[in-house]
Structure formats: structure tokens, C-alpha cells
Ligand binder design. Structure first.
Ligand code: ASP
Length: 365
């Protein structure tokens, strides 16, 4: 996918620190895409308006005390994350690729609504990532007195700068920091519209707990399998949909959806451990779609647990129809992974094979 010329941005410097005795200070780039965190209340109109990051230091003077070199890249037109699309993902990945040698880590400020989608997609796009990409946002704008944005921003910067005792970046993956927890990005889900702890990872442990200090679970942190240079993949194919089951799903509507021209992949959201009706029409509609070339992946509507096609007879019907078990993939990771794999130009068999194995820790092996 080409970088969109509409999505321009402005780069600037927030803090510069003295280097002493040859000790290099962390260099972090904040990428501001939009969302509540970057808003401030206009004192005249009372409305929330996007913040100019060039002035961030005035609102968050504590940033100076971090002793980091911090630059920012601000989208010229910040987006509410409900309007995020693949062009934004391509832009974010380009910024990271273009500046990868200049920074030790990245903090992406993003609206919460689709943060888990962006985190999942970025984890697939940035192959062999060896630096932290910490995505955060807030429930209250950074300009408000009770904001959670200031703390989320500062903690994210600290995490992005953290190194192991061996001297390598502590985090080498795309993750989400929100309030008290750091989560693997492609395992996360937004679960609350108003709680400060708005994200969860239902099938994977937290990467860190934020309390008086930041305690990392080093045993669960992702490490790239091979020591290869960062490779950024820009192909994204959005010819995919969710089909969420419910009692009473109508046959002709379901057929109509699956026969949509150019549709290539479907994330089928099933019940419980991956169960679905056993009616002949239902199974044959799916089988015909698979025979026409669609890749259909089974994920559960439950928040926790995984698809086990062999636990009930109802799940077995799906396997017979050629539906692939998505194990414990989140819906967000399943749909972005499908878009990503089709975007790489893989044929259907390869997409099916890769949907069943973890690429970057997004699912159970
Ligand atoms: N609608 C906002 C967004 O996702 C909500 C938020 O930032 O928390 O951009």
C-alpha cells in the first residue's frame, strides 16, 4: 500500500538533555495520531480541540525531568481513532522505518477506540522489531485537571527508555500501556469506555504492572526469533469482514454477505469454545464459501478462553466445512492478521496455514 500524501505531519523537538561522560540519554519519538489524549478544552468555547504538540511541554513540564531527548511527530490532521484506516497504519509504519536508526523507542498517542486494532496490525507490519513501540492514550484529555493522559504518557516514555541489565531494550514489541498495566498489543482489547484501566488481555499475562515502580514480567516479553534488520511490510488487503453469530441468523442474509464480490476472508465469531449451529444450510453455506476460495477463521465471542473445534460436535461441523480454528486470537488480531496476510500476496493455502500459527506472539502455539 502506498503512503497517502494526504496524511502529512509535523516533526519537532520537545526536550534536549546534556550528554555527560559519554553516557547517551534515551532518544524517544512521540507519534501523535489523535484521540482524546491530545485534546484540550478551549477556554472560550468549552469544546475539546486537538492540542498542538509544540506546546506540550507547557502542559506537562515534568517531561523535562525525565532526562530524555524527546521529539514528536504530529499528524497535521489528528484523527479520532474510530476513523483510523489502513493508510494511517502505513503512515505510522513509515515514520518508524524512516527514523529507526535515530530513536531508541517510540510512544504512539492514539485514540482508545481502535487502539487494539492498530497495535495488532503494527505488530504484523514491523517484522524483527527490536525496539519498543508503546501505544497509549487516555480517557480524559491531557489538558484536563484529572487527566489520566499525563501519567500514561510519562509511564510510556519510561517504558520506551527502559533497558535490561544486559543493556538491550526491555521491550522489543508493540504494546499498549494503559493506567496500571502494559499489555502485548496483539493480545489486547478495549473493554471499558470509561474505566481508567480501559484495556485487557484476556488470554495472555500482562507484560508489566505499574505501581510505585514498573515491574516487568521478563519471562513473557516477546523477543524476535532471529537477529535480522527491521523489515516493514506495507501490504494490507481490507477485503475481509466479521460475521458474528446469534440465534436466529438468517440464511439468505448470511449467503448474501459471504457472496460479496472481492470478499477474501471472514472472521466468524462463534459461541463458547467455537460452537455454531449444526443446521445443514448453515454448514453448507460455509462450505460453499470455502470452496469458492474464502478463508474463514473461527474466533470465540467469549472474552476469555479459546476455540477448540474438537470439544463439541457443533464445532466439528465447522471443521468439516473447512473453517480454520483461530485458537485464542482476539477478534482484533484475527481480522488484522487476515488483512495483513492477504496483503502480502500469499495464496489461500498459505494464508490458512499462517492463520493457525503465531507470527509475533498473537496466539497460542
Ligand atoms: N473516540 C476517541 C478515539 O478513539 C476515544 C478516545 O480517544 O479514547 O479517538
Amino acid at each position: 500500500m502506498e503512503r497517502s500524501s494526504d496524511l502529512t505531519g509535523t516533526i519537532g523537538t520537545l526536550t534536549r538533555v546534556e550528554e555527560s561522560n559519554g553516557i547517551t540519554k534515551p532518544r524517544i519519538l512521540i507519534i501523535y495520531t489523535g484521540g482524546t489524549i491530545g485534546m484540550t478544552e478551549n477556554p472560550v468555547t468549552g469544546r475539546l480541540e486537538p492540542y498542538n504538540f509544540a506546546n506540550l511541554i507547557e502542559n506537562v513540564p515534568k517531561l523535562r525531568r525525565l532526562d530524555f531527548n524527546i521529539d514528536y511527530y504530529q499528524f497535521d490532521v489528528p484523527v479520532d481513532s474510530s476513523a483510523i484506516n489502513p493508510n494511517h497504519w502505513v503512515t505510522m509504519a513509515h515514520i518508524i522505518e524512516d527514523t529507526y536508526d535515530q530513536y531508541d523507542g517510540y510512544v504512539v498517542l492514539h485514540g482508545t477506540d481502535t487502539m487494539a486494532y492498530t497495535a495488532s496490525m503494527m505488530s504484523f507490519m514491523l517484522e524483527n522489531l527490536r525496539k519498543p513501540v508503546v501505544i497509549t492514550g487516555s480517557q480524559l484529555p491531557i489538558g484536563e485537571v484529572r487527566t489520566d493522559g499525563e501519567e500514561n504518557l510519562i509511564t510510556s516514555l519510561q517504558i520506551a527508555a527502559e533497558r535490561t541489565p544486559e543493556g538491550e531494550p526491555m521491550i522489543q514489541e508493540v504494546c499498549i500501556l494503559f493506567e496500571n498495566y502494559l499489555w502485548r498489543g496483539n493480545r489486547s482489547t478495549k473493554y471499558s469506555a470509561d474505566n481508567f484501566n480501559a484495556f485487557k488481555s484476556n488470554n495472555f499475562p500482562r507484560l508489566a504492572k505499574i505501581g510505585l515502580g514498573i515491574s516487568f514480567r521478563r519471562d513473557v516479553l516477546w523477543r524476535p526469533r532471529e537477529d535480522k534488520p527491521l523489515t516493514v511490510h506495507y501490504g494490507i488487503d481490507p477485503h475481509v469482514i466479521y460475521l458474528s453469530l446469534f440465534p436466529g441468523l438468517n440464511e439468505s442474509i448470511m449467503r448474501y454477505m459471504l457472496e460479496a464480490p472481492d470478499l477474501r476472508g471472514v472472521v466468524l465469531k462463534t459461541f463458547g469454545a467455537g460452537n455454531a449451529p449444526t443446521d445443514d444450510w448453515f454448514i453448507s453455506t460455509l462450505k460453499e464459501a470455502v470452496d469458492r476460495g474464502l478463508v474463514i477463521v473461527n474466533v470465540t465471542q467469549c472474552h476469555n478462553g479459546m476455540v477448540d473445534p474438537y470439544r463439541y460436535e457443533t464445532g466439528e461441523g465447522l471443521s468439516r466445512a473447512g473453517v480454520i480454528p483461530g485458537k485464542d486470537l482476539t477478534s482484533e488480531a484475527a481480522i488484522t492478521k487476515l488483512m495483513f496476510l492477504f496483503g502480502q500476496g500469499y495464496d489461500r493455502e498459505e494464508v490458512k496455514r499462517l492463520m493457525e500459527i503465531p507470527l509475533v506472539g498473537e496466539m497460542h502455539a
